[in-house]
Design a protein around this ligand. Structure first.
Ligand SMILES: [Zn+2]
Length: 145
C-alpha cells in the first residue's frame, strides 16, 4: 500500500517537474541570465563549463552523467523495444524525453496506452536528474557557509 502511494506521489511530482521544463519555467542558470542579463551568469553551476541550458542539464552535463546513464539506457531499450526511432543528438534526446518519447514519432496514433511505460520512464528521468541537480547545488551552498 505504502509502495503504491509512494510511487504515485513520486510520479505526480515528476510530472510537475517535467511540465515546468516543457513550459520553460524550470529555473536553470541560462533562464536566470535571460531575465537578469547583468547579474546572472548562465554557466552551469555544476560543471562550470557551459551555459546551463535544458539540453545541457538533461543530457550533457558531465556531473550528472552517472545519474543519467542508467535511466537513458532504460528509455533507449523501451524505444527500441517498440521499434521507435531513437534520438541521435543530445538535443533530440532532450526533446524526446520532454515529450515522453513522442516527438520523433510521426504516427501519433494509439500512443497513449502503448507508451505509458515509456512516458513514465521519461517523467522519472526528468525528476531524478532534477533531484540530483538540486541536491548537488544545495550541498555546494552549504559548503560556502
Ligand atoms: Zn554542467
Amino acid at each position: 500500500m505504502w509502495e503504491a502511494c509512494h510511487g504515485k506521489t513520486y510520479l505526480g511530482e515528476g510530472t510537475t517537474t517535467r511540465m515546468r521544463m516543457l513550459a520553460e519555467r524550470y529555473q536553470l542558470q541560462s533562464t536566470h541570465a535571460r531575465y537578469n542579463q547583468y547579474t546572472a551568469d548562465p554557466t552551469c553551476p555544476l560543471c562550470l563549463k557551459e551555459p546551463e541550458t535544458i539540453t545541457h542539464f538533461l543530457m550533457e552535463c558531465a556531473v550528472l552523467e552517472q545519474t543519467r546513464r542508467p535511466k537513458v539506457s532504460g528509455i533507449l531499450a523501451q524505444l527500441e523495444g517498440r521499434g521507435l526511432k531513437t534520438p541521435t543528438t543530445a538535443h533530440e534526446w532532450c526533446l524526446t524525453i520532454l515529450n515522453g518519447g513522442r516527438l520523433l514519432q510521426t504516427t501519433g496514433v494509439q500512443l497513449e496506452s502503448r507508451l505509458t511505460k515509456l512516458e513514465t520512464a521519461c517523467i522519472r528521468f526528468c525528476h531524478t536528474v532534477h533531484i540530483e541537480r538540486d541536491t548537488r547545488i544545495d550541498s555546494m551552498l552549504m559548503d560556502k557557509f
